[in-house]
Design a protein around this ligand. Structure first.
Ligand SMILES: Nc1ncnc2c1ncn2[C@@H]1O[C@H](COP(=O)(O)OP(=O)(O)OP(=O)(O)O)[C@@H](O)[C@H]1O
Ligand code: SF4
Ligand SMILES: [Mg+2]
Length: 346
């Protein structure tokens, strides 16, 4: 296999001229009582039209803060963003990091161009307002519509996400709904303004297995129907195996491997990705191997080891190299890039 070292700051993402979002060298720092910590360290990726990018990694790897940076809902008092996040809008491009977090333009983009689903819908629905009023408010924030027209649009959107009896749901409160229906209402709210990109942060983690499958099927149908791109964040590689076209594996603030889902699942190259795959019950059964857990835990972002961030848990670590030198990106197949010394070209 021909391996090519690719420059860290100008990675070859292939067909990216029409990417909806291009993230380049994104850094996310937090000012904490222990000093400044780096939660995301120079990651680059594209979200392509009508495709789903699965972002996978264990807890604390920086998945949510990356999503929050794209939505610009970071905590202004403690969070500092670096790099660029370029959103394509028709013929225009906009660097979202160049906009003020609470500017009129950013408020228009948030919810308008980019929809967001949180892991726990109760955090995004107010308990004191009905579902209907909250979706109507979201519509009227982006469109110049009267209340009856906005209500009609909200009902249509609830119907579009398969909500039984949408008129009745309009008058209910989030806490009156089951987990599955609440998640559908959240999806309706995220989609009601017709975003071109939907960011779903652990959209099924809080749900039981049957409801999880229903919500994932619904998201795939909606994506198809509305020609949307999706960034699907999860700690579960099984969810990504079923739903993603492209995959980015995150570990401790880095993307350690990324590429088309078929290439990643067939020929994973990074030891972390391989261990995540081995810890997947369904895929492991298919391979007739033993189910493995990844030893150790993700270090805290403020306590990141030198060299490769994964070396403290990696069964293939090369001592003297991996504990000292941060591996750069190597292209191992078309659009498939891995950051690991085992795959260095020399
Ligand atoms: N407001 C904050 N202040 C300080 N550190 C933070 C803050 N928010 C997140 N972090 C740190 O940034 C790192 C990445 O957090 P993030 O929430 O993105 O992880 P995640 O991959 O989404 O994990 P999970 O799967 O648990 O949701 C963690 O080390 C976390 O402690
Ligand atoms: S660079 Fe070294 S420690 Fe890191 S994943 Fe590769 S082999 Fe393991
Ligand atoms: Mg998270």
């Amino acid at each position: 296999m021909r391996r090519i070292r690719v420059a860290r700051t100008a990675e070859n993402h292939g067909v990216n001229a029409d990417a909806i979002v291009q993230v380049r060298d994104l850094t996310v720092d937090f000012d904490t009582v222990e000093g400044r910590i780096r939660a995301v360290d120079g990651i680059s990726f594209d979200v392509l039209p009508r495709r789903t990018l699965g972002v996978v990694g264990e807890s604390g790897c920086g998945k949510s803060v990356t999503a929050q940076a794209i939505m610009r809902i970071e905590d202004e008092r403690t969070c500092r963003l670096g790099g660029s996040i370029v959103l394509r809008r028709d013929e225009d491009t906009l660097d979202l990091l160049g906009l003020a977090r609470d500017s009129a333009q950013m408020r228009e983009l948030r919810g308008g161009d980019i929809g967001f689903i949180f892991q726990e819908p109760m955090t995004s629905f107010s308990p004191v307002h009905t579902i209907g009023n909250q979706i109507i408010e979201a519509v009227r924030l982006h469109f110049n519509l009267g209340k009856p027209e906005a209500a009609q649009r909200a009902i249509e959107q609830l119907r579009d996400v398969g909500m039984p009896n949408p008129e009745h749901i309009m008058s209910q409160y989030a806490w009156e709904l089951s987990g599955g229906l609440r998640q559908r209402a959240m999806i309706a709210m995220a989609l009601v303004c017709g975003p071109r990109l939907l960011i779903a942060d652990e959209p099924t983690t809080a749900l039981d297995v049957t409801t999880q499958a229903q919500v994932l099927t619904l998201l795939a149908e909606l994506q198809d129907r509305h020609d949307m791109a999706m960034m699907l964040i999860t700690h579960d590689l099984g969810v990504v195996a079923a739903a993603a076209d492209d995959v980015a594996i995150m570990y401790l603030g880095f993307i350690v491997e990324r590429g088309p889902a078929a290439s990643i699942f067939r020929d994973s190259m990074h030891p972390y990705t391989q261990l995540l795959l081995e810890s997947l019950p369904s895929l492991t059964r298919r391979r007739r191997g033993a189910l493995k857990a990844i030893g150790g835990t993700v270090p805290r972002a403020g306590n990141r080891p030198a060299g490769c961030p994964f070396h403290t848990r990696c069964p293939s670590a090369i001592w003297g190299v991996c504990d000292r030198i941060l591996p750069g990106p190597t292209q191992v197949a078309e659009h498939h890039v891995v950051n690991c010394h085992l795959h260095d070209p020399q």
